[in-house]
Design a protein around this ligand. Sequence first.
Ligand SMILES: [Zn+2]
Length: 205
Amino acid sequence: MSSNVRALDRARLSPAEAVRPERAEVEAAIRTVIRWAGDDPGRDGLIETPARVARAFEEYFAGYAQDPAEILQKTFEEIEGYDEMIVLRGIGFESHCEHHMAPIVGHAWVAYVPNGRVVGISKLARVVEVYARRLQIQEKMTAQIANTINDVLKPQGVGVIVKASHHCMTTRGVHKPDSDLVTSRMLGCFRDNPATRQEFLAMAD
Ligand SMILES: [Zn+2]
């Protein structure tokens, strides 16, 4: 499934679009936005801004250059038959919504029940980070994290819960600063076994 997802990612770009623009083009675009906002990109305080924004965007969108399936390749099998839930709680992330490029700031809870092998716990956080550092909608990001762990580790089940505030509706639009969005994806035993699902939901409360 994850290789299908990657194939789809590639298919979406036409050959012309797949050529990455030069940094100078990106900086010129930022100068255009500044002029359009009503300011002078040539004044002292703004002269370095396009270069800084380009560097910031490089960081925000670093996830396109990373393969989340590869992060999960190294696993450990000496686990003495451990087969209970493993939960990494409250993984902080920052992402950007694909509709407004506005920040999405929140936390993810990632759980799985292993099937003979486990992965280094920091790797779960890195999978969240790779998908967060792309243009996203929260629903898709939640599914991508769960699907990737499920496809690569082939555990007994996976649960992912994401809670995040969306700046496109907290600082603009309907201006609801205290709202957050909760999404989840449950696979395998998290979907089929109500007790497992409940145990995980209680940990993410
Ligand atoms: Zn948005």
